[in-house]
Design a protein around this ligand. Structure first.
Ligand SMILES: *Cc1c(COP(=O)(O)O)cnc(C)c1O
Length: 445
């Protein structure tokens, strides 16, 4: 098998050329001739191999990955269990289309999703290729099951880039600019954003609910869609009680509560799903990113009465629940369970919180440190204010990149640095990455 026969790429960051190096620059020139300019790449180093938390580029630089390809490779790169499961499945068969000739792997993934997602009620799932597609299908199910049309979403939300999900996403640039018209019957209400609104969870929920009731009417609302911790929008953790109050309101009004766990789910925050922290049992859950160890797979999972309300043939797609991706998901979930990665995410979170809070005490450009488990962020501000400081975020990311550390920015205002390390990162690697980040923050200060 490929994995065991090759020597390790190494476990320690090593920069041997300027970054990006000459081979990466040559590839980037080739790319410019044929790849749409609409695709951005923050740090154009071209990757040859990965292992654990490390990525080897084409110039021989060994990079430390603090982004996991946006919370996807949570179990690390080149995990032996996934390599084996995928290789075996590719050899067996790569595709039949589940709607043409079904296979066990699809069913087994749905069994895992039923067991792992919050709540012990009867559940059913449908599998798709991308997070956006899962969100779209959750809305389809909610509309059909309720016979209503309106969908409520929140400020700073990110739900994807397809036509319906662009409408659900808050930020204009770069996601929506000139891509309209957008899908109708989408209503945006204020998020709980403790750093900026100072409201308690119940107060922020009351504000949102008052807007829904006065501007939409509860009886028109099919679904309330929310990320338990917002991802692209800036790692915004709502105040305690916000999600619980919204959930109670949806239950009282026959509205489907959809938790978009695409970024925060699958062990990232220290539990299998982020919403477990809030004690909320969603009606539907969307998952993707961390689910399949880097293979494209997404799911809608939830109340069987809702999922089964759909007429036969109403859900599906050519590739949804592809057998190779499903085999990868089964190996990924097994790995998360065997290695108790929720516990590892909590331990990483303790290290991150301690270091980032200490750093915030040393510089005046960090306005807020927030997140949960291995999903933590710093929000950069102009000293002495809460004004967003996107320039600082940019310079910190650039500094990290130059040192061979992959770090990501996010946020409606582009002023948040988010940390999403693979959960298998070693203590030494994490320490190394945080040292570079601390240097970067001091340099930006
Ligand atoms: C990434 C993301 C999506 C979209 O997933 P894609 O696979 O990129 O379509 C939706 N919701 C959340 C919360 C995400 O982080």
């Amino acid at each position: 098998m490929v994995s065991s026969s090759r020597p390790s790429i190494g476990t320690e960051r090593k920069v041997v050329t300027e970054l990006p190096g000459p081979k990466s620059r040559a590839l980037h020139d080739r790319r410019k001739a044929v790849v749409s300019a609409g695709l951005s790449t923050g740090f154009p180093v071209y990757i040859e191999r990965g292992e654990g938390a490390m990525l080897l580029d084409v110039d021989g630089n060994l990079l430390l990955d603090l982004g996991s390809g946006i919370a996807v490779t949570s179990i690390g790169h080149a995990v032996p269990e996934v390599i084996e499961a995928v290789s075996q499945q590719v050899a067996d068969f790569t595709h039949t289309c589940f709607m043409v000739a079904p296979y066990e792997e699809y069913v087994a993934v749905c069994e895992e999703l039923a067991a792992l997602t919050p709540g012990t009620h009867a559940k059913a799932s449908a599998l798709f290729n991308s997070g956006s597609e899962a969100v779209e299908n959750a809305i389809k199910v909610a509309r059909l099951a309720t016979g209503r049309q309106a969908v409520v979403v929140f400020d700073h939300a990110y739900h994807g880039r397809t036509n319906l999900t662009m409408a659900l996403t808050a930020k204009n640039m770069p996601y929506k600019e000139h891509f309209g018209p957008f899908a109708p019957e989408v209503y945006r209400v204020p998020m709980s954003y403790p750093f900026r609104d100072g409201l308690s969870g119940p107060e922020a929920a009351a504000r949102a609910i008052a807007e829904i009731e006065s501007q939409v009417g509860a009886h028109n609302v099919a679904a309330l869609l929310i990320e338990p911790i917002q991802g692209e929008g800036g790692f915004i953790v709502p105040a305690d009680g916000f999600l619980a109050a919204l959930s109670a309101w949806t239950t009282a009004n026959g509205v489907v509560f959809i938790a978009d766990e695409i970024q925060a789910g699958f062990c990232r925050t220290g539990s299998w799903f982020a919403i477990e922290h809030d004690g909320v049992i969603p009606d539907l859950v969307t998952t993707a990113k961390g689910l399949a160890g880097g293979m494209p797979l997404a799911a809608v999972t939830g109340r069987a009465d809702l999922m089964n309300a759909v007429h036969e043939g109403g859900l599906g797609g050519t590739y949804g629940g592809n057998p190779v991706a499903a085999a990868a998901a089964l190996a990924t979930i097994r790995t998360m369970r065997d290695r108790d990665l929720p516990a590892r995410a909590r331990a990483i979170g303790e290290t991150l919180a301690a270091r980032l809070n200490a750093l915030a005490g040393e510089v005046s450009i960090i306005g807020d440190v927030r997140g949960r488990g291995a999903m933590m962020a710093i929000e950069l501000v102009n000293p002495g204010t809460t004004e967003p400081n996107a320039a600082a975020a940019k310079s910190i990311v650039n500094y990290c990149n130059q040192q061979g550390v992959i770090a990501l920015a996010c946020g409606t205002f582009g002023n948040v640095i988010r940390l999403l390390p693979p959960l298998v990162i070693t203590d030494a690697q994490l320490e190394d990455g945080l040292n570079v980040l601390a240097d970067a923050v001091h340099a930006a200060h």
